[in-house]
Design a protein around this ligand. Structure first.
Ligand code: FES
Length: 136
């Protein structure tokens, strides 16, 4: 009932863990089952240079987290933002209908991590602008 890709990523998940000095952290939860996924990103020059995940959830959620990290590692923020939950499920060759909801966590958590990066980066940039205008 699961594709080989799902079983592979569930059995050998890639990029598991956390990034201590992450530039952005995003979390998504499934209110129905209570499962939670957390994504950590490291950004350099607007590109995801490292990504890790921690998923407290079912096998499908772990597989979607794992393949998502492979899909976006090395991609620009703009490219990563275009990755949808559907694309993640398709990259796994699909999920059984009753497990499709599990794939809704991965891209959501990634997008939240990128939002968190953007917000902290914008604040930093604004702070820099303030201080330079104060000096000038
Ligand atoms: Fe909760 Fe799959 S059953 S994410």
């Amino acid at each position: 009932m699961y594709t080989e890709a799902v079983m592979d990523h569930f059995s050998n998940p890639r990029n598991v863990g956390e990034i201590k000095d992450a530039d952005g952290v995003g979390e998504a939860g499934n209110p129905v089952c209570g499962d939670i996924m957390r994504i950590y990103v490291k950004i350099e020059d607007q590109r995801i240079v490292d990504i890790k995940f921690k998923t407290f959830g079912c096998g499908a959620a772990i597989a979607t987290s794992s393949i998502l990290t492979e899909m976006v590692k090395g991609k620009t923020i703009a490219e990563a933002e275009k990755v949808t939950n559907r694309a993640v499920a398709e990259a796994l060759g699909g999920l059984p209908p009753h497990k499709m909801h599990c794939s809704n966590l991965a891209a959501d958590a990634l997008h939240k991590a990128l939002d968190a990066y953007r917000q902290s980066h914008l604040q930093f940039t604004a702070g820099e602008a303030d201080s330079s205008s104060a000096i000038g």
